[in-house]
Design a protein around this ligand. Structure first.
Ligand SMILES: *[C@@H]1O[C@H](CO)[C@@H](O)[C@H](O)[C@H]1NC(C)=O
Ligand SMILES: *[C@@H]1O[C@H](CO)[C@@H](O)[C@H](O)[C@H]1NC(C)=O
Length: 267
């Protein structure tokens, strides 16, 4: 449980200058099997990059319910969170309207597996939806470190710590998910993240033969899927798999540095 002096210290230290959330590493989780699904072509993608016209297909949704929907109870705190300094590296992202931000347990971090997932948090008979955007290294599994505005809704008297309960829910996002390159990516070093997804992402794979065969990436603690040798080409096909087994395929994805492509759909 975080003390108020720790919170003050967090507030006082800019994330880029040694916030304890950043820089710690965790073991990579073992891969899990994903149920097979069938493909439906939905149409062409929108792209924020005018030089590319990715084409997109979506594989049918598996189940509408997000895994891990059992309520987790605990004691939660707040901090002066922001997306830019968060361990999920959502530095180019803006939270959807009506969705708050939260840091998630370091002991349940699992190599950023829940980055971007949404939870419904209940306390004092009130509920909010929050997206996991950061890591709280010292928080146990039931302990959320909420952005202060989220905490204020649940605890108008700002009682800290606060007894909370949360369940995983789909995010209320109506726009497609977005693939975002890390700065410095190229044909020889691959690093990409998924933002604006309605479900936790479990896997990001790459194809250089139009989707006949797939190559793996490894999710880093800071929520980019990387392959340090790259894939040797300037454009690739990317397949994103959600925790419940839905997949979204985006073709003609450029792998040069630091811009993004919007898919044609969401989970
Ligand atoms: C990178 O991709 C190659 C295939 O091109 C694969 O053998 C390797 O395991 C991948 N590395 C990581 C870290 O995922
Ligand atoms: C990566 O960046 C390049 C430009 O630097 C862009 O053309 C490409 O679309 C980007 N891809 C993704 C998936 O962000």
């Amino acid at each position: 449980m975080r003390t108020s002096s720790a919170i003050m210290a967090m507030l006082a230290v800019p994330a880029a200058m040694g916030c304890p959330r950043r820089g710690s590493t965790r073991p990579h989780p073992s891969t899990t099997a994903v149920p097979a699904t069938s493909t439906t072509i939905l149409g062409s993608a929108q792209s924020s990059s005018s030089s590319l016209a990715p084409s997109v297909s979506e594989v049918s949704k598996a189940v509408p319910v997000v895994a891990g929907s059992t309520a987790v109870t605990g004691t939660s705190t707040f901090y002066g969170g922001n997306l830019n300094g968060g361990t999920c590296s959502f530095s180019t992202y803006t939270l959807p309207s009506g969705v708050f931000g939260t840091a998630f347990s370091g002991s349940a971090w699992n190599s950023a597996a829940q980055c971007g997932a949404c939870i419904e948090v209940t306390a004092n008979g009130k509920s909010i939806t929050a997206m996991i955007v950061d890591k709280c290294p010292e928080c146990d599994a039931g302990h959320l470190d909420l952005f202060q505005n989220a905490f204020n809704v649940l605890s108008p008297s700002s009682t800290d710590p606060l007894s909370t309960s949360y369940t995983f829910v789909k995010c209320p996002i109506s726009s497609p998910l977005i693939l975002h390159n890390k700065s410095g990516t190229s044909a020889y070093w691959f690093s990409m993240q998924v933002v604006n997804a309605n479900e936790a992402v479990s896997k990001l794979e790459v194809s250089t033969d139009g989707g006949s065969t797939w190559k793996s990436t490894t999710r880093q603690d800071y929520n980019f899927f990387e392959n340090s040798s790259g894939f040797g080409t300037d454009t690739v096909t990317v397949r994103v798999t959600s925790e419940s087994g839905s997949t979204i395929v985006v073709k003609n994805v450029g792998v040069a540095s630091d811009s993004q492509v919007t898919a044609g759909s969401n989970f």
